[in-house]
Each structure stands twice: as structure tokens, then as C-alpha cells.
Design a protein. Sequence first.
Lengths: 263, 265
Amino acid sequence: MAEPMRGLSVTGLCLRAGTKSLVRDVSFTVAPGQVLGLVGTSGSGKSLTVMSLLGLLPADVQQTGGEVRLDGRRLDPANLSAIRGRALGFVQQAPRGGFNPLVTIGRHFRETLACDGVRGAAAEARMLSLLAEVGFAAPERLPDLYPSQLSGGMLQRAMLALALSREPDFLLADEPTTDLDLVVQQQILDLLERLVARRRLGLLLVTHDLSVIARLADHVAVMDGGSIVEEQPVAGLFAEPRHSRTQALLRAHFALYGEAQLP
Amino acid sequence: MNLLELRGVSHAYRQGGLFGRRRQVPVLEDASLRIGAGECVALLGPTGSGKSTLGRILLGLEAPDRGEVLYRGALLRDGRGRMAPESRRAIQAVFQDPYGATSARFSVLDVVAETLWPLRLPAAALRERVAGLLDDVGLEPPMMDRLAHRLSGGQLQRVCIARALAPGPRLIVLDEAVNSLDMETQARILSLLGALRRRSRVAYLFITHDLRLIRGFADRVYVMQDRRPIEVDDPLGDGPVPPVMATLRAAILPARPLPRGQRLA
């Protein structure tokens, strides 16, 4: 695949724990304003791939190959912590785990914004506009609340607002709606779609749920056993899945809609 | 006679309200529901609609503020809040998060054996019993000596199902029991639950927010509307449904991608 200059691209990523290979030769590109879906069952290596992009791999996992480029510029793994948050926003599955329960929502924002030197009244204004952007009708009520006082859906929106507060060009979302009910899931996916369009965000959407992929992804990579086994535009993947793993995932998906028998 | 029945149950929680004031938050109001022997009853509703509270009351984990819970026509809990050991064994549960529902220090054997304690089986007989249960839920019996938390989510959820099946229950409350699993695992666990019900005539209360899961699985369907379950004859059909059901239906994502441009609502 020709490497476009604009975008977040991963080439030949290999991860292992001791002698066990976890991710093998994974390559993909997330383009600005586009949604790349990374789909696969539990344990297929999706989340580890995301963690390696952020330089957040568990201590026992080593990267043995591959490079990450941001708009053509190679990212040094040692500098990832400087890029994390700034160029790459991150939203994870269980929003409650991403907040410090002892600290108000407002302080989460003030600390994050201070990384870029935004403080005082400017920080307050910025925080309220971010909270409004993710759909809080009365954002001024949020800053004094503690995470335990918010529902899962509210926390996930607050998490998105935090991830956007440093104006990242790319957002990595790992199962962002898996713990939420379907009604809240729909609101979060609508919101992600608007953010991608409005901010020209490049979104890497990691999920096991093909209905989330159908709703939001432009392009899809299917992972199985640590490798990408198929990559296609979303319409092609649903109409003509090529790999047997993709076909099996689609069978389980369509069974939920009464279009196929349960395996 | 119904296996389990909820009659006019009301329940409230005390909450430090979102913006400071302490207040009573009603969760269930005049809620009634019945489950027949061997029946699979689905209970639908969004987060916070009271469906898990209803499940906890059915399990006898909580006493309702008002109303009664009857097991085979008799009160589930006596005047002092105690449950007869027999009904305690007869009503089991499987919850959403299998890791939260099991001890990190337990082996698979310990987890499944929890509900077999009162039988005081000798060690060899216990292992044999657990092996049979693991086989029933599609797991390899040698797995019983592994630490429970070393298993994948789908495997551990099967262990939790084996634990629920162990005392030969008449009813299993499945509270979002497949929702945290990936889709293929969801499908496999659902078909396993269906097969186990056909084999053992156990009844299920299947609590979920995902309307897609009840197709071909539930015999009857309730939806939580205004703090009480309302029975819906044909939740996926063309007839009128309660507003909450309509909302849940509208939240189902498309099965296939729509062309770009049509997607932004």
C-alpha cells in the first residue's frame, strides 16, 4: 500500500511477551477525517496495538519491530509520551477507570489544559466550550462534580471532551461504547461522527461489535491471532468478506439481527 | 402456579442527589411480574430503569419497601428477611462481569463448588461433579485446577453458568450475562443457555438492554416503563409498543453500513 503523507500510519508492528508472539506484522493508516475500524474477537491483539501507538504497553510486552509515522514523520518510541494526548487522543472502554475518583471533573480539565499553558479564565472557558461540544446542555454544572456522580454515558462524553482538549489530530477509541447501553451508545457514536466531520479527526475505532463498525467506519481492518487478516472499505467487508474469520464474525453479527442461525 | 411472582413491589434508594440534596429515588413502583416453570422471560430497559434492582429483589438479595415476592406461591423471605435454604438454591444468578463475580484467588473448581458447599461432598465426588458441570457448559474438565481469573471472559462466564447450574436451580437470573462478551462468544453463550434450558427445564429471567438478543430466545418479554415492567406481546413486530420499547428499538444500530451522507442523522 502506498503511504500517504497525511495520516497516522503503522508499518510492520510486532509485539511479543517473552517468546510468545502477540502481534505480527500489523500495518494500517488512519487518514484525517476518516474512521478506520479495527475489529476482532477478544485476545486478537487490537488493544495491544493501540497501546503500542501510545507507548503504553504493559511492562512484559516488547515491541520487536515496526514503526509509527505521523504525517510521514517517524515517531521515536521514546518520544511517544510527548505525542500522547497532544497529537493522539485516547478514549478507552470503561470511562470510570480513566478518571481519578477523588478529583473533580473540573480539575481533570485544568490539569490537562495546563500541559499547554492554558490556565485561569482561559482554561475555564475552554473547558465549558469542550463540555458543550460533547453535548452537555448545562456544562457549568460539571466541573464541581466528582466522577462517581456521573453516569457511564456522561463520563464517556466527559472523557471525549478531555481527549479533545489538547486538539489532537487523531483519536484512538478502544471499545468506546461497549459498556454503555444501546441508547447511550447511539448518542456517543453520533457525537464521534460529528467530531470526525467537524474537526477532521482521524479516528481509529477498535471494537468487537460489527454494528458499531457498520455505523461509523469508512475502512475496516480485521485482526485475528495478532495479525490483520483482511482490510477493506466498510461496504465491501459487509457485502463480500474474503477471509474465513471475517465471514465467521459476520455470521455471529447477522444472527443477532435474525438473518442467520446461531453457530 | 407461577414459579416466581412479584406483586405490587415498590422500592427506593437513598441518594445524595446529583446536585447535593439527599433524597429518596423511587426505582420500582407497583411492579408486578411472573415467571412460569421452565419459561424464559426477558426484561428489557435502558441503564437506570430498575431492571437490575428487580432482579436483586427476585434473588432475595434485597427486601422491597412494599409488595411481595412469591416463590411457588409462598413468600420468598420470611418476616425476619431469611430465605429457606431450598429456595436459595433454587434461584441462581449470572451477572455481567464474570471477573467481578468471582474471587481472583479461587480456582475454577473453587468457583463452581461454591454452590455445592451444603452437600459436603467428599473431594473426589466433588471433582467429579464439577467435571460434569464444566462439560455441560462446553469447557474441558482439566481446566478446573486453573486460577479462575486466568481464563478469558467467555470461558469465565461459562464457569459462572456452571456455578449457577450446580445446585439444580429452577430459575436463573441472567443480568446482562452476555453483554460484556464479544459477539461470537455472545452467540455461543446464548445457544448454550438455550440448550441447557431444553435439557433441564430451568427458567430464565433474561435482563438486558439489547433488544437484538431476545429474538428466538425469550418466550415472553417485559420492558421497564415508568418504574414497572410492562408485558409486550410482539416487541419486534409492527404493532404499537410502549415508548421505552420504541426507544430501545430505535437505538439498534444498522446491520449493514449505510452509504455515506445518509448516516449523519
